[in-house]
Design a protein around this ligand. Structure first.
Ligand code: SF4
Length: 747
């Protein structure tokens, strides 16, 4: 049975009984004004209190929206006199859209941002996600939703933006699995078929209940296929927090989510800039990445060609088999045509497989639909495991989604386990009989099922690499130094799927990222390693300032970053160099760099002004991110253990910097390491043993990483320990007394 269409199998047993309403709350649905609802919604699950608060002018000026509002709410509600842990009732799970979210004529304008104290990192995680929830929440009257406390009973929360009603209902009998819940609740709250598009559901799954890798799935109803599909807020365990609070689902219903109801300040200007950017996506995508046809799967070939595709737990960066999980294979498996996760997004990259039959687990032999895979999933549960069957990747993708598991966490985490198994640190006795050698999909998918069932070795693995390292060292006597070298995590968050060994700038991109090892702050590998445009520490530091700030803006405004730099103007290089004249446009000094895609940055600035009415330039645009970025870094000081040096948290494992094993070293010796020894380190490698050469490279690379830290901290206006200075916060206008008090303890 294919539950994407036939709901009877699930609906009948679950909604025949009486649903218990725990709390009902009525409100007046506001009209949006220049992108804002100007209200926030707070729900406390200890007491089932529901309250609506004003979004102030100061909030909008300093925190902008999206992630900024999430962080503002975390600051408001997290206790200041204790270190809140992820499973404390005081932890606040926040979800926000953004002022530009809900626009359907500019590509990529439907994202939401989730924040919480992470079970993996113990600091703030932020995760950007598609689907309809964020925009629908805003059009229902709320720029941000904050949920604190823990419910005694399993519940779901329904926000009705049509009738102005919020209801908390018991959900003891509902499955927590995403594909079931999303489908059932869409059906329940859409009175007619055409209303299904007006409902969005957030859910997680049983994997989130037993691991720290829980993700949140945000639904969007796909009228072409006739069922609800899902995008994931994957990183950092927000789904684990969600299930810990005993939330099975959030549902929002809102009709008329169209650009004009966002009440933009200048609808004509918005129409014009939206048309320009959209046309470019449609015209250029077929010539560039074909994301409208193959999504982000095209990246497999690009990464493999540049030795950046992680294989065998980031040991190597390419493999002759990579084509087997590349875009030409998925082109034939995916449904044809553009596939947007938000209305009107001309990139339309979120492809999926309509009919797939799993070989294992509870859906074995049944026909299901799969959303994805995207590049990160292919790298994580494909190449990094040395699994090259595209159907195996689909199976893991499907189960991770419906179980509420992050495919990056699961991918990088199990790759680490496989390497430990290969070294004999683990054996069948320790894994409960699973032979976790490279490429053993059968054993790896069984681990995923164990995570959902809360059984066996899967539960140990699901605690994440940081905690596995401790467990393997303490319980199995493994060498902690080796585990630290090969365990691909930073701050407790597993690396996303790019090799960084030969790009110092990207090592910083991962290590200095606020939330842990995710590439969404900076992806500098090409600029640094391939194009050689960042030769000095100062240039690298400048890039590690501008790009994280620029990318932060997507999270503040409810946007997707792909339409910024995955499809670029054909004259980008010439325009950035000032050689192309365009009517009414010039390239300011701050944008004279092709990697910034200056014309696109200018489009976004115009887009922001057209919606909010705030006249700003590209420098001020970066500045608004800088305020929130520094605020997040400061707020984390509430959460890190007493006595921790912030700088020490910006570590990366040595495998992210260079070769850990002899075979890794030898595989790249001629291309990289001999040159480095001669030119940069100034030694003659002739006559040196491999061990000696590796040690010299390691020393040099570890020192370079620390030097880069110094340069980046200086550029960002932080102390040498990585804490924003009081001076910096004053300069940014973020010198709130409580924040200054916190910073002063760490200056
Ligand atoms: S570019 Fe792709 S992921 Fe981004 S909003 Fe459009 S369809 Fe969704």
């Amino acid at each position: 049975m294919w539950f994407g269409i036939n709901l009877k199998w699930f609906v009948f047993p679950l909604f025949q009984g009486v649903i218990m309403v725990i709390k009902e709350f009525k409100y007046d649905v506001p009209t949006l004004d220049k992108g804002y609802a100007n209200k926030s919604l707070y729900i406390n699950l200890d007491t089932y209190e529901i309250k609506i608060e004003e979004v102030t002018k100061e909030m909008k000026e300093k925190f902008i929206g999206g992630k900024g509002f999430d962080l503002y709410m975390m600051w408001k509600y997290l206790p200041k006199n204790k270190r809140t842990k992820w499973d404390d009732p005081e932890n606040v799970l926040c979800i926000a859209g953004g002022a530009l979210g809900g626009t359907s004529n500019f590509p990529g304008s439907g994202k939401s941002i989730v924040t919480a104290v992470s079970p993996l990192t113990d600091i703030i995680i932020d995760s950007n996600v598609g689907g309809y929830f964020g925009p629908y929440l805003k059009y229902s009257g709320f720029d941000v939703l904050s949920i604190q406390g823990k419910s005694e009973k399993e519940i779901y929360i329904y926000i009705d933006g049509e009738e102005g009603k919020i209801v908390i209902e018991e959900a003891e009998d509902l499955s927590s699995e995403t594909y079931q819940l999303g489908t059932i609740l869409t059906e329940k709250y859409a009175e007619e078929e055409r209303e299904k598009r007006d409902v969005s559901v957030v859910s997680s799954g049983p994997g989130a209940e037993h691991t720290r890798w829980g993700c949140l799935n945000f639904s969007y109803f796909d009228p072409r296929r006739g069922y609800a599909r899902f995008k994931q807020a994957g990183r950092g365990g927000t789904g684990t927090v969600f299930r810990d609070k005993k939330i099975k689902a959030l549902v929002v219903r809102k009709f008329g989510v169209v650009t004009k109801n966002n009440n933009p300040a200048d609808p004509e200007a918005l129409k014009e800039i939206g048309k320009k950017h959209t046309k470019e996506m449609i015209d250029l995508d077929p010539k560039q990445n074909e994301m409208r046809m193959v999504g982000t799967t095209h990246l497999v070939k690009i990464m493999n060609d540049h030795d950046l595709l992680p294989t065998k737990n980031f040991k190597y960066g390419s493999d002759p088999q990579s084509d087997k999980i590349g875009h030409e294979v998925y082109r034939t498996l995916f449904e044809k045509g553009p596939d947007p996760c938000w209305k009107g997004c001309a990139v339309g990259c979120t492809h999926g497989v309509k009919e797939f039959v799993p070989k294992t687990g509870p859906y074995k032999g049944k026909t299901v639909s799969v959303d994805g895979p995207e590049y990160e999933t292919l790298g994580g549960v494909g190449s990094n495991w040395y699994v090259w069957d595209p159907h195996d990747v689909l199976e893991t993708n499907f189960y991770c989604d419906t179980y509420g598991l992050d495919t990056i966490g699961v991918g990088t985490g199990i790759a680490f386990v496989m390497e430990c198994y290969e070294y004999g640190i683990l054996d069948k006795e320790k894994t409960g009989g699973l032979e976790l050698n490279w490429g053993n999909q059968k054993a790896a998918i069984e681990l995923v099922h164990q995570m959902a069932r809360g059984e066996g070795f899967g539960v140990i693995v699901g605690q994440g690499i940081l905690r596995m390292k401790k467990h393997f060292a303490e319980e199995f006597g493994a060498d902690i130094n080796l585990l630290n070298d090969i365990g691909m995590e930073s701050k407790g968050l597993e690396f996303s799927e790019y090799m960084t060994k030969e790009s110092l700038a990207q090592q910083g991109g991962y290590g200095f990222a606020l939330k842990g090892a995710q590439h969404d702050e900076a992806w500098l590998i090409f600029e640094d390693m391939v194009r050689g445009n960042l030769p000095t520490f100062e240039k690298k530091a400048e890039a590690l300032h501008w790009f994280p700030m620029w990318r932060t803006s997507f999270g503040l405004l409810g946007l997707c970053k792909l339409p910024w730099n995955d499809i670029v103007p054909e004259d980008n290089r010439e325009y950035a160099a000032g050689n192309v004249r365009k009517e009414g446009m010039y390239v300011p000094d701050d944008l004279a760099d092709p990697a910034k895609i200056p014309e696109h940055v200018q489009n976004y600035v115009k887009y922001y002004t057209a919606v909010t009415g705030n006249e700003i330039d590209s420098v001020e645009y970066i500045r608004m991110s800088e305020r929130v970025y520094n605020f997040q870094r400061a707020l984390n000081l509430l959460l890190i253990p007493e006595g921790t040096i912030y700088r020490d948290l910006d570590y990366i494992p040595y495998r992210a910097m260079g070769p850990v094993t002899e075979e890794e070293y030898l595989s790249r010796e001629d291309e990289y390491y001999l040159k480095e020894l001669k030119k940069e380190i100034g030694v003659n490698p002739e006559g040196m043993s491999v061990k000696e050469k590796m040690a010299a490279v390691r020393k040099h690379r570890e020192e370079s990483y620390e030097k880069l830290k110094d340069a980046v901290y200086k550029r960002r206006g932080w102390t040498e320990n990585g804490v924003p200075t009081v001076k910096k916060m004053k300069e940014l206008g973020m010198d709130f007394p409580e924040i200054i008090e916190l910073l002063e303890k760490h200056q």
